[in-house]
Ligand binder design. Structure first.
Ligand code: ATP
Ligand code: MG
Length: 497
């Protein structure tokens, strides 16, 4: 074997994929070499996850060849592909919460002693040595998974993958749920792996991140391979242009308008745990950002306001009128909407159509459903949010991640309300669609609504908010004017300096 072909971990030749006659991938050609970070870039629905699923053996390509380590295989199962050294980490964490880290790592391939019992000590030792090798010193094999942060769980998934002796590691939007600090450590870990010769396939909608770790970019649009670019020969602007077919800035410039006179008062919200005595006032027509690190209590506060989680104390007023919701249903009746960060867990009905997913809250409020109007509203929203779907009756689970997210946002902006809480609304959304979601959010503010925006994406939080409330360990520590602060200053406040 020549040196060149030894280096090639993966060769994808003329791969295509169709679902019921709809072609979602067309003639993709790309290779992955040892130590290389290959990024798949493209808008929501471009075909990135589909290509990954083909490589991982979860679905079969309709045509073309995938060659692993120089060899072609036929009808390989996902398990065989993992055993060959190809590990895939999907965006949603796929671990068992009430087991330890090492139990998770060894799940399905446990080490047993002569009597057939699981050798926990040995498993923990092996896990710890892997953790040490990856410099993940804050985690221990004996830790319960429930004690770990999202970022740490993400790292455990990597430990598990490497324990399977992965030579190719595939990561589908691994940083979508992470804050800045966690993102940095994950990127450092990826770099560390490439220095050990592991080839990485990486998907992310964060262009900066792609430029930080990527070597090669495969740009997909509507399932077609637009081009392949090497980092040293390209720029972020060029990639964005390849991807969406027009120029778009990496930083969004919002329109400012006059702020209204009505006041939303959040008073003494407290659960004696993750949220402690938060009081603040928001004006109508204002986009009020909530910033902080993962675990600062932002989502927990939002859930309490919405009536989803129990609280010890807390009242909500618009001007002098109390509107504290008792439960989400009560919140909806009072015109309070929350777009949840956990779209799979709380938001989407995976076995239902796009139409049902868009219409559900509206239909809950109206006893009589007007079928014609339902179709009209659905189609209007599909086009307003550019949801990529065959039609309104397509199952939501057949949509790409970002298009599912757009559907949830559409759902919450159909009915006229008063208070809109967006928790990480652009998680997994491509750079072009982000701008569209921003427009929809700003339109609500323009209509004199109350808008709360929780975001871990600092440029987004800074460019969208009028003011930002900083939370740290469950407390609201400061409220700042977005125009008068910067990423550096905010980060210091997040960390409590
Ligand atoms: N099981 C399926 N049946 C029908 N169509 C599907 C199925 N799975 C995916 N698709 C379609 O294939 C296209 C590509 O989807 P894919 O999930 O690969 O997009 P993506 O690039 O990963 O997007 P995102 O950035 O939103 O995650 C989409 O239009 C999607 O609706
Ligand atoms: Mg995807």
């Amino acid at each position: 074997m020549s040196g060149d072909s030894m280096e090639k971990l993966l060769e994808i030749e003329n791969v295509t994929k169709s679902y019921a006659g709809v072609q979602v991938l067309k003639n993709v050609n790309i290779t992955l070499s040892m130590g290389e970070v290959l990024c798949f870039v493209g808008e929501n629905g471009a075909g990135k996850s589909t290509l990954i699923k083909i490589i991982a053996g979860d679905i079969q390509a309709s045509g073309g060849v995938v060659r692993y380590f120089g060899k072609e295989y036929e009808n390989t199962s996902p398990k065989q592909i993992i055993d060959m050294g190809v590990s895939t980490i999907y965006q949603d964490i796929d671990l068992v919460d009430n087991l330890t880290v090492s139990d998770n790592v060894f799940l399905g391939c446990e080490m047993r002693n002569k009597a057939g019992f699981i050798n926990t000590k040995e498993q923990e030792k092996k896990t710890d040595s892997l953790i040490e090798k990856l410099h993940l010193n804050e985690i221990k094999g004996s830790d319960m998974l429930t004690e770990l942060s999202t970022a740490q769980k993400q790292c455990v998934q990597i430990v598990k993958a490497l324990h399977n002796n992965a030579k190719i590691l595939i990561l589908d939007e691994p940083t979508a749920s992470l804050g800045d600090k966690e993102k940095k450590s994950l990127l450092a870990l990826v770099k560390e792996l490439t220095s050990q010769g592991i080839g990485i396939i990486y998907i992310s909608h964060f262009i900066d991140e792609l430029f930080e770790i990527g070597d090669t970019f495969l740009i997909l649009k509507d399932g077609e391979q637009v081009t392949v670019r090497r980092k040293e020969d390209t720029t972020p602007d060029q990639i964005i242009h390849d991807m969406i077919g027009r120029d778009a800035s990496n930083f969004y410039k919002r329109e400012y308008f006059e702020i209204g006179k009505r006041v939303l008062k959040i008073e003494h919200y407290d659960n004696r745990k993750t949220v402690q005595d938060v009081t603040l006032e928001i004006k109508s027509g204002e986009v009020f950002g909530l910033g902080g690190l993962i675990g600062a209590g932002r989502t927990e506060l939002a859930r309490m306001i919405y009536g989803l989680d129990k609280k010890k104390k807390g009242h909500l007023y618009i001007d002098a009128k109390e509107i504290t919701p008792k439960a989400p249903k009560d919140a909806l009746n009072k015109g309070i909407f929350m777009i949840s960060e956990d779209r799979k867990g709380e938001g989407l009905l995976m076995a239902r159509s796009v139409k049902e997913n868009i219409m559900i809250t509206h239909n809950e409020k109206h006893e009589i459903i007007n079928l014609k109007k339902e179709k009209e509203i659905t189609d209007k929203n599909i086009s307003a949010y550019r949801v990529k779907t065959v039609d309104r009756d397509t199952l939501i689970s057949n949509l790409s991640g970002g298009n599912q997210q757009k559907t949830i946002i559409a759902r919450c902006t159909i009915d006229d309300g008063e208070v809109y809480i967006f928790d990480e609304p652009t998680k997994g959304v491509d750079i072009g669609a982000k701008e569209e979601i921003y427009e929809h959010i700003l339109n609500l503010a323009k209509k004199d609504k109350f808008v709360i925006l929780i975001s871990s994406d600092m440029p987004e939080l800074l460019s969208m908010s009028d003011r930002i409330g900083v939370m740290c360990s469950g407390k609201l520590v400061e409220v700042v004017n977005s125009q008068e602060t910067s990423e550096d200053k905010l980060m210091k406040k997040y960390l409590g300096y």
